[in-house]
Unconditional design. Structure first.
Length: 129
C-alpha cells in the first residue's frame, strides 16, 4: 500500500533489541554487543568512563586548617573553591564505608591558594602541583 507508515511487530521488536545491543535475525541471537560504559557499570569500575579529571596546575600556598589525624583516611577529596583548592575529609568515626559518604559533612584539612609568584603568608608553605 502506498504511504503506509505502520511498522510490523517484528520491525518494532528488532528496533527494541538493537537499542539494547542485541541483534536478532530470523529468531536467532547472532551477536550480543554491550557498550563499554555499561560493562564498566556492571563491574563497578566507572573510573575511566564517567569521572573527569580536574586540572590542578601551578604554584600554591598550602595552609593546614586541621590535623590529618582528625580525619578518616578514606574520605579525602579535593574541591575547587574560587581560585583555591581545598582538601576536605570526613571526621573520624563519621565515615560510612559502604555508601562512601560522610554522615555529618566534610571539613577542610588543607587550603591551597594560588601564590601568583609572590611569597606565601606566615604559617603556610609553597608547593608546586
Amino acid at each position: 500500500m502506498i504511504g503506509d507508515t505502520s511498522t510490523t511487530s517484528t520491525e518494532t521488536s528488532k528496533k527494541t533489541h538493537e537499542a539494547l545491543g542485541v541483534v536478532i535475525i530470523l529468531g536467532m541471537t547472532l551477536a550480543i554487543y554491550v557498550p563499554a560504559y555499561i560493562r564498566a557499570k556492571r563491574r563497578g569500575d566507572l573510573g575511566g568512563y564517567m569521572a573527569r579529571k580536574r586540572k590542578m596546575k601551578g604554584t600554591f600556598c598550602e595552609e593546614t586548617a586541621t590535623a590529618k589525624s582528625k580525619f578518616d583516611k578514606r574520605s579525602f577529596r579535593y574541591k575547587k573553591s574560587g581560585k583555591a583548592w581545598i582538601l576536605i575529609g570526613c571526621p573520624k568515626g563519621k565515615w560510612n564505608a559502604k555508601s562512601q559518604r560522610c554522615r555529618v559533612g566534610t571539613r577542610a584539612h588543607k587550603v591551597l591558594a594560588p601564590s601568583h609568584g609572590g611569597s606565601c603568608p606566615v604559617g603556610s608553605r609553597r608547593i608546586s602541583k
